[in-house]
Every structure is written in C-alpha cells, then in structure tokens.
Design a protein around this ligand. Sequence first.
Ligand code: MN
Ligand code: MN
Length: 453
Amino acid sequence: MPRKKQTKTLDLCNKPVSGWEILKDRLADIESYNREYLAFLSRVKTEREAVVYFREAAKGRKDLVLVENRGKVVACCRKGRLPLGEGVRLVVAHIDSPRLDLKANPLYEDVDFAMLKTHYYGGIKKYQWLARPLAIHGVVARQDGKLVEVAVGEDEGDPCFTIEDLLPHLAQNAQYSKKLSDAFQGEKLNIIIGSRPDFEFKENKVKERVLRMLHDKYGIVEQDFVSADLEIVPAGPAREVGIDRSLVGGYGQDDRVCSWAAFAAARDARNLPRTAISLLVDKEEIGSEGNTGAQSKFIEEVLWELGARFKEEVVPSRVLYRSKAISGDANGALDPDYPEVHEKNNAAKMGYGVCITKFTGARGKVGSSEASAEYMAFVRSILNRRGVPWQTGELGKVDEGGGGTVAKFLAAYGMDIVDMGPALLSMHSPFELSSKVDTFSTYLAYRAFMEEE
Ligand code: MN
Ligand code: MN
C-alpha cells in the first residue's frame, strides 16, 4: 500500500468519541433497550427477585437454558456450534447490591415506636439511608417449611418505612462537629415500622400490635425473623433523569446494569460459535464469599449440567481453562463535582460507552486480576469491528482508593478475563446514575463477545 494512503487512514491519536455520536443512528434501539432495563430495575431490588425475573423472562425459550443455585444465582446459557470442550464465552455479573439487612432479633419498642435493627450489607455511605422512603423485600422461612415472600413499600397504596434523622437544630454535637465516618453509626440505622399502641396489651403495646399484624398478614411470629433473608432497600421505581431523559437513575445499578445486559445478550445473541453463559452471582458486595458468591464452585456444576443436557463429555476445569470471560461490573465515572479523585486521562466518562478496565485493585494493583496485553487486544478488536462505543477507565487516581471485582475468582480457573461495564455516578448510593448510551453499549459489547470468534 502506498505510504501516503496509509498515513491518511491511520488513527495515530486515540481520541475518545461520545457514544451518542457513534450510535446516532440507533437512538430508537437505545430507548427500547433502556425501557426494558428501567422496568427490570424498578421491579427487582434483591438477588432473589432478579433470579425470579430472569426465570419469567426466559419462559418459552427452549434454547435459553437456566441453571439456578439456591434461588440467588442463575446461569443463563445458550448452546454454541462448537463442543463445550472448546471453551465457553462467559459473562459474570452480580445481582446483589449494597443495602441494610435485618438482624436475627430485629424487632423492639422504644419511645412508643416499633423499630427494626439492621446490619448494613456492602459499602454504603450511612447518611444516604436516613430520612427517605424505604421498602422491605425478602423471604421468611417458617418452621413448617413454608417460604413467605415479603415485598412492602413499592406499590401505590403500600406503606413504606424509614430511618429518621436528627433535626439540624440539635445536630451540633451529635453530627456536625464529628468526622463523617463517626457522625453516622451503624447501630443507629433502625427502621421505624409502627407507632400505634394496642391497649389490649400490657407492655410493648406498639411492638405487640405490629407482631399481631405481621401474623395476620404473613402467618409469622417473632422467632421467624431468625430464619429470614429480609432486605431494606430504597422504595420506588427507577426514573429517567435529565430534561433530555439521557440518564437512568435508580437503586442497584451496581451491578444490575451489567446483569441485565448479560441476560439480554444471552437471550438475543445469534449464531454462537461457542456456548455462551451469563453467570449472575450473589455476595459480590461482601467479597464473593459463601455458597452463592463467585468463590463458590457453582460454575463447575453449571458445566456438568450443560454436559448432561448437550450429551457431551465435560471436565469443567478443562472447559474453563479454555474459556474466555468478561467480568461485568460497574465502574466509577469521572465526577463533575469531585474531579480531584480521578486522573483525567484514565477515568471513564459517562456517555462514552462501555468501560474496559485492564486491572483493578488498590495500592499497587493489589487484589487485581490483570488482563494480559493479548487479551485486551482480542477484546478491543471485537468492539472496534462491531462499532461498539468503548473506553478504558481506572477506578480513581493512584492511591486514592480502589476496589475489586469477581474477575480474580474466575481467573483462578486459568481462563482469560477482563472487567467491562458502564461507569456510574453516585455509585453504591440509593439513587445511582447511568447513561442510556452506556447501558446499551454494555449490552452490545457482551453480545459481540458472545457472537464473534
Ligand atoms: Mn459491582
Ligand atoms: Mn459494588
């Protein structure tokens, strides 16, 4: 090729391009994708509800195989042309989000209020949970084996719950003069569940009335709280944000934004060379521990199950060693009010597409599963080939903080894996923000990863 022509077509500089520019001909697709995503985000507030939602959404699709673990983890699988032994394409995301869980003995009465004690789950800024409407979602397992489902605070006509906050007039010593980390204490995150006494009862007239109402509605007694997974979450639906409706605001986008994209990609993908699996796990926010976290060996069970269904011999460890994976997780976006925590050349910007993160970790990449140069090249070539808006981003300046994802737990099987998901603002808050073009780009990226060789 003549040298003149070559330099003309070469992009010497890596200039970020807005996703809105790249996808300007697909605005209707962006809107319809986000309509589905908003409906999912509004309905689903817990890991269990996510699994139920995916189960319903997969109904009637014989080619979409769902393998579940304890109602809190689900693998959504589509068969590829090649045998499982050639490796699979895996997208792993998490369906748990930061929240407040009820303690085992939550209910008590104080100054004529019935209150519930909580223990927070995951990294929250405690003050964000005060003085706002909250809902209770979860299950109570009764001794007789019945599982009682609870969801109060979402429907019009439902009551909601709240944690009260101190009035500013009296907050001088208790809050204002303290460090933020000391001003709000976990033991003060108590939920108001009632305040009306029943004078039939001798003492704890409010608490006992609440117990009577819970028994009438759910058939539960106080000891049943011991065997319950009850989660306190922000009440109300997800919303479009901005006069231009360009953003999605809602609770739990870390990481239901990637979970929905992974599910939708597995559902919609066509002509798969390899079997594609979207593995949606629990417990990421507290370290991926336990039998429903990414550190459990459930992915091996999924492969045994697929081997049986596809009538193929599988050795899960060999399949996984030959597999390629994306760890789908939300990243922190360049913050217009706090740009000082970011390094501008390596911070993800909202509206610039899905963010690929080569390494995570903190204080010198500690705790990271770093993707190799070769694998980064493989992934970016797919995205460029398919015209998917993407960028790279590191979580904050060097030594500013940091964080980890499920990537390292899957990398332990020897597969190639890289972190990829949209960047959010107000991450881990009751009202996280995403860009509609980024949520759609994430879906396009996961789908391309499943469909391309
Ligand atoms: Mn996450
Ligand atoms: Mn998180």
